[in-house]
Ligand binder design. Sequence first.
Ligand code: PLP
Length: 400
Amino acid sequence: AEFLAPRLRRVRPSPTAAISDQVRAFTASGFDVINLGEGELDFDTPPHIKQAGIDAIVQGDTKYTAVAGTAALKQSIITKFNRENGISYRADEVIAGSGAKQLIFNALLATVSSGDQVIIPAPYWVSYPDMVALAEGEPKIVPCLESHGWKLQPEDLATAITPQTRWVILNSPNNPTGAVYCAKELKALAAVLLDHPHVLIMADDIYEQICFTSGEFATLAQVEPRLKDRILTVNGVSKGYSMTGWRLGYAGGPAWLISAMQILQSQSTSNPSSISQAATVVALEQGSEFITQWIEILARRRALIMNCVSAIDGLSADIPPGAFYVFANCQGMLGKTMPSGEVLSTDEDFAAYLLTSAHVATLQGSAFGAPGYLRIAYAIDDKRLQEACDRITRACDELR
Ligand code: PLP
């Protein structure tokens, strides 16, 4: 441990990776664990996209490319932003990287230093605060309320901004709550941000396609073009195209920022996989007709898990309009006694109880900055999901 750099003391391992490790350990000991902890769709990558990856290999598309992505990929990113979001970017205003995660990290590392604050509305994606800490900045967590649909309120944003604020991170549809900001709500946040020209805004749109009300999705650069040169719009193919393993994300933003991210990338990971880039060109160009069917399947699963949650005394949740998570209030469970005689005192205890007694993996809300909640990822096969619901119901029935 004495060899470790001080910056590593500022971060914790990703709790989502930790739960996957636990699931593997339980499974290895012979238990049949149902994993509702992972942020991943169970759908296969669509065949025409897979084929594009195979074609790329066969054609020898297997060498270094330009660091920020091939000209063909950049063009399809530009076209995507134009067609689907009404935002126009030039080629020097877009970049592809090895996942949205890498792009967010590079953007923060390129701009945040000691003393800088980054506003992160809670509940938040687990990686934002740790990435800010790695960049030596200070995460400034702004709690959002369940009663506000988990959405950042303009007056809370205004109060949180200081002269030290470097970024505000917005994520819609949201992980872990599934909240979706409509254009009007973004406009109200934009009105605050227009008054603070020293603040950059990250729009993490990675769940764009996973919206249950079609036409509801909006993104800040589209809603308020006057902010465009301060916004980094982050997206990727992981969620909407079920391509998590391909590691391909992209972003659009001001040329100075894209260029800085590109420099970091050039000295660390270089270009994202040439094969994934070729497949992403096809993914973005051919659009996503399959998404309609995916949304139908996900809506059915969402109904299943919502029924389960609402029927259990001590659990509750509003129907999440986006992503594939239910963020359930489990405060009514705390204080109850397990069959072992021990008392559940935190959301972490409750998640651990579900894992050890029901063999269902979920994630405690405190990992997302919201203690007293439980994130349930429901993007798994219907039968397994029903089985998970039955197990959760039984385990909760055994609490006194
Ligand atoms: N942003 C959010 C909110 C996420 O939930 C995730 C993945 O879980 C990412 C970004 C990262 O996506 P990628 O697989 O493109 O790195």
